[in-house]
Design a protein around this ligand. Sequence first.
Ligand SMILES: CC(C)(COP(=O)(O)OP(=O)(O)OC[C@H]1O[C@@H](n2cnc3c(N)ncnc32)[C@H](O)[C@@H]1OP(=O)(O)O)[C@@H](O)C(=O)NCCC(=O)NCCS
Length: 178
Amino acid sequence: MTTVGTERLLLRPWCEADFDRLVGLYSNVEVMRFISGGVPLDRPRVEAMLDRVMGLWRERGFGPWAAIDKASGAWLGEIGLNEIPDWPEADKIEVGWELDPAWWGRGLAPEGGRAALEFGFGVHRLPRIISVTRPDNAKSRRVMEKLGMTCQGERPFRGAPAAVWYALDRETWLNSTA
Ligand SMILES: CC(C)(COP(=O)(O)OP(=O)(O)OC[C@H]1O[C@@H](n2cnc3c(N)ncnc32)[C@H](O)[C@@H]1OP(=O)(O)O)[C@@H](O)C(=O)NCCC(=O)NCCS
């Protein structure tokens, strides 16, 4: 698993201690508001999620990272690439972010998201990366826009009437970094 540094973040692989931190993050009503309507994920679900993520790292060489504040060593949350196996469109690798609310509003998700795009397009040569959220998740949509992703529209997903999705092509990303 690959560790990546940005100006303020260390994006590192998962370690055992992260499990309890992730359970805490996914129990936070504010964090979960647009993910599950505020309902916490229980420990077995977080465990299953981490197992799947570790499998993604083993099989594809990428996945979400644990995000650490370089200056203080604080654990901030999760940022990075992930697979949405049941996403009904062709491209299923997404960039995503979930941070502890104490760290919101400092541009950290875009900073980590940019590193994830660089990893996906530059190192893994993915043709297209998407990002999916609920239409009313304005903060997350703003992060997608700040990363240069463009809105592809809304569609029903996992029983919800609408998920909004954004995408960025490798070509467009290459041109923007040239
Ligand atoms: C989404 C999330 C990762 C954003 O992280 P962050 O590091 O705080 O992101 P930013 O610092 O760039 O701030 C968010 C941006 O949204 C803007 N924003 C905040 N509230 C907004 C609103 N109601 N309407 C429009 N824009 C809004 C902010 O102004 C900022 O944009 P700006 O820098 O252009 O001013 C964070 O809020 C989070 O963890 N949310 C809970 C988990 C989640 O929903 N994850 C996404 C699942 S799909």
